[in-house]
Design a protein around this ligand. Structure first.
Ligand SMILES: [Zn+2]
Length: 278
């Protein structure tokens, strides 16, 4: 029932959150090239009116522009398209449009509230939650390295100084649903003078002090990922994709790479029911 815990090779899910003008597109591009070392394997979903193309002198990366309305479906379609086309790193620039942009989730929420008799905003989230989950799951589970950029706004907390209420600036907040930073392998905040610092870092590669992202940032992330263990079939030991590993582990209680290995496993531990991932 228990097995030894080990960190496996994963697809990287990185985020750069920054106010406009801090260089998040440029930082994401350098990081992407550092990860895969080949501009032809880098793709950009562009909601920012061609801002990635300002950097086309860097190399021959590909761009998929998305126009409003910025629905989650459009993002999901573009992510699946990037995987199918064989790109290795996908930059989503920016993810914030899916939240606060024209036709994004906040606007869809407002539309539902306006059309409802109750005008109950809380209830309307029931319709938006699955949309949010489908987009975040697609980002996290797709078999491709992803670097998302997010716009950030000044964040304030309410202060109470002897009964006198006020607000104090406490840094930057990404424009997306609260808590999105916990979904990523590393979540960087970029300051106006281009310094990145991680607010969340599963790799423990980056200290609290700021640094300017470069190609080496991507190289370090790639090395960290490659230092993880392979995903291996529990019957024959062959390397398999993380997606098939997870799917078969869930369905059969063992990671199996093929119908043959599944058969071998089920001879030992028959299941009454189960999906058919092969
Ligand atoms: Zn096998």
């Amino acid at each position: 029932m228990f097995r030894k815990a080990e960190r496996k090779k994963i697809k990287l899910k990185i985020a750069y959150s920054a106010p406009s003008g801090a260089g998040k597109t440029y930082s994401a591009l350098l990081t992407a090239f550092g990860i895969c070392g080949d501009w032809s394997k880098v793709a950009v979903i562009d909601t920012e009116n061609g801002s990635a193309e300002l950097y086309s002198h860097l190399g021959e990366f590909s761009v998929c522009p998305i126009e409003p309305p910025f629905t989650a479906e459009k993002y999901i379609e573009a992510i699946k398209g990037a995987v199918a086309a064989g790109f290795e790193v996908l930059i989503i620039d920016s993810l914030s449009h899916a939240w606060s942009g024209d036709g994004g989730m906040l606007q869809q929420h407002d539309d539902i509230v306006r059309k409802s008799k109750s005008g109950n905003g809380y209830v309307a989230w029931r319709d938006i939650d699955p949309i949010y989950t489908s987009l975040v799951d697609c980002i996290l589970q797709s078999n491709i390295d992803i670097i998302a950029t997010l716009r950030a706004k000044d964040a304030y907390i309410e202060t109470n100084d002897g009964g006198r209420k006020g607000y104090k600036k406490v840094g930057l907040a990404p424009i997306f649903r609260d808590g999105v930073e916990y979904e990523f392998t590393v979540f960087f905040e970029l300051t106006q003078d281009h310094y990145a610092s991680p607010t969340k870092d599963r790799t423990e590669l980056f200290g609290d002090g700021g640094f300017i992202p470069t190609i080496e940032t991507g190289q370090a992330l790639n090395e960290w990922r490659n230092s993880g263990a392979d995903w291996k079939c529990s019957i024959c030991g062959q390397t398999m994709t993380s997606a098939l590993y997870r799917k078969t582990l869930k369905a059969y209680g063992a990671a199996v790479c093929s119908a043959e290995c599944k058969g071998e496993h089920l001879k030992k531990q028959p299941l009454e029911t189960g999906d058919e991932p092969f």
